[in-house]
Design a protein around this ligand. Sequence first.
Ligand SMILES: C[S@@+](CC[C@H](N)C(=O)[O-])C[C@H]1O[C@@H](n2cnc3c(N)ncnc32)[C@H](O)[C@@H]1O
Length: 342
Amino acid sequence: MISRLGIFTADQYARATIRGRVDGSAISYDLLQIDDHPTEAEISRFEQISLGFRTSNGTTRLTFRRRLLEVDTTTLELVQQWHPRDAELHVEDRAASNCLTSAELAEQLFPVFPHATIEASDRLLYVLRISLGRGKAYIIEPDGELLQYICPPFVVYLNSREPYRCPVRRLIAARAKRSFLQLGLPQRCGEYAIERISCVHPEADSFCKRDPRLRICTRSVFEHHPGLDVLRTMNILNKAYFPLERLVEGANAAFQSLKPGGLWIVGRTSGNTNDVTFFRRTEYKWEVMARIGKGSEIEELVDGAFPTTSRGSSFSKNNTQSTLLRQASLPPCHFGENSLAA
Ligand SMILES: C[S@@+](CC[C@H](N)C(=O)[O-])C[C@H]1O[C@@H](n2cnc3c(N)ncnc32)[C@H](O)[C@@H]1O
């Protein structure tokens, strides 16, 4: 019964796991919260929640351990052909979700290129919990987009694409959306207990703490951030997520971000199968250097797209707000500003 209404405590999650009732249950994003020394069970809970997490712009946060290992292998082969061991490579892994696969890339890359640095980024690295008392709470994105309403014993998604078929859930969701507006946020955010819940995998977080060559920050995949030797944008520039013109913008952002000679890794994972293209940026165009599986579904689009000349990023306002996760302290209550939404 519990898991049909929702899972909002660690005990409920543990009981639902034993009974095999976790899949398909609404699990509170509150349970992403774990401390610095997580148990295996807490890590597995974190990973399970990441699998089902859908963000406000319609993308999922689905990622998992070893998902991109064969992509890492080909990346390393190419980079080793092109650069000496002492090269100061600037690598970015964008739309990295909880950054676990970025940490896996770091484990492969740093022993071979000790002077390399990797920036793992995503548009969403934490969510905010607004507590209302008596166990009720909203979970929102930092820009104010609603994700969940927790109203024990219910956990209700507020960004579902389809309205709920269950009338009780539909009613709770509609009321929750209306009441949220009455909270008067962000102006009155001082009146509520607001907590920040990290969406970064604890293993990626502890990797950053012991090795500053890996860092994590907020960044959009559409941002122009020049000077890169390697850029990875896996499982984000997909036709299912973005219209064609937006995908071309993504390709242009990659072009403007890479140095001539730089490597762009773009593709999609279906189940355990990777379809990836490895592009090399020349002075004026892309060249395909390698493929895994069928290659990227946007390969033709990229080939046909004429890269634009350098121009200011449409996300420049947010660029200035890009903060290293570890430097940030208080939960910012900054919704109302332009979000990094796709
Ligand atoms: C399916 S996950 C991909 C994770 C990882 N790259 C992988 O392949 O396993 C997509 C990620 O893209 C992020 N995302 C969505 N829109 C984005 C944008 N405009 N800029 C950067 N990241 C974005 C989502 O928050 C989500 O974490």
